[in-house]
Design a protein around this ligand. Sequence first.
Ligand SMILES: [Cu+2]
Length: 147
Amino acid sequence: MNSTKAFFLFLILGLFFQSSIIKAQVIEITLESTDRTRFNSDEIRVPEGSIVRLTLIHTGKKSIRRMGHNIVLVEPETDIKDLVKKANRSSYEDHKPKGDSVIAFTKLIGGGESVTIEFKVPKKGEYPFLCTYNKHYRRMKGLFIVE
Ligand SMILES: [Cu+2]
């Protein structure tokens, strides 16, 4: 193999490894919630094509029954009231919102707990996220922006 061929071989290998690193880009995001029915942020920005490792921390003291929180990420056109109604029909231990409009969700947690999920970021756009417990979505909501 002459030096020109070797150069191109290394160039191709380099591009291959670089692209596989980009594919595996994991973004760590932590969102805090409290006994006051709030998230500490109402906007999350992530690059398209990334994988998000999202952690929800409940820094409060109240029980899951009194102050349960989760994070549910949904499609832009989702009927939020309908989604919340369905989620609240299930038990608080198993608070899974059903439907195709749900992109990702954590389980419900109480004070002092935390939960981590990992998911592939959807295509560019603005996606609402919320807590589906009781009527928390009125205050616990925000936008997950893929850019
Ligand atoms: Cu909540």
